[in-house]
Design a protein around this ligand. Structure first.
Ligand SMILES: [Fe+2]
Ligand SMILES: [Fe+2]
Length: 164
């Protein structure tokens, strides 16, 4: 793969991540608000803050690379995030935890890909930072898995959606 292809792919991943973090952050905001006095609310509030931080860092990288967020993705993920945030109030405790964990696994993989493209482009600072982001997404995944482990719906969901 030549440098321009690495660059093209890195920018594509960063654009998707930038908007994806917005959806995640708004969804988590709705999620922790829906939890009321549940003990998990603080943890999910913290995760929301980490997603906003990721978005900020990814946005900075895009700017430095002379690229910008995709307007349509921004609108789409705003709507998705807000909708999921509201849905968390309606669908109970388990499903938001389950799908959050499943989503986090995908996010970690995307930041790992991004880091490998950054390395190929001789951007070690980006690679390091993206690897840290992948690790944080893995911590999020581990957290969500830890709260749903042993739930009676988990085996069936695992069969259907392949995570858990
Ligand atoms: Fe994130
Ligand atoms: Fe995350």
């Amino acid at each position: 793969m030549d440098a321009s292809e690495h660059r093209r792919r890195l920018i594509r991943i960063l654009q998707n991540a930038y908007s994806g973090e917005q959806a995640a952050a708004y969804a988590y905001r709705g999620h922790w608000k829906s939890l009321g006095k549940h003990p998990e609310f603080r943890e999910i509030q913290r995760i929301e803050a980490e997603e906003w931080y990721h978005r900020e860092e990814v946005g900075r990288m895009l700017t430095e690379m002379g690229a910008r967020p995709v307007r349509w993705s921004e609108i789409r993920t705003w709507v998705i995030g807000r909708t999921l945030g509201v849905a968390c109030h309606l669908i109970g405790w388990f499903l938001p935890m389950y799908f959050a964990g499943r989503l986090e696994r995908g996010n970690a993989a995307e930041y790992d890909y991004a880091a490998s493209h950054a390395l190929a482009l001789n951007l070690p600072d980006y690679a390091r930072e993206l690897t840290v982001m992948a690790d944080v997404e893995r911590e999020h995944e581990i957290y969500f898995r830890s709260v749903i482990v042993g739930h009676p719906m988990l085996p069936r969901m695992k069969k259907l959606f392949g995570w858990g």
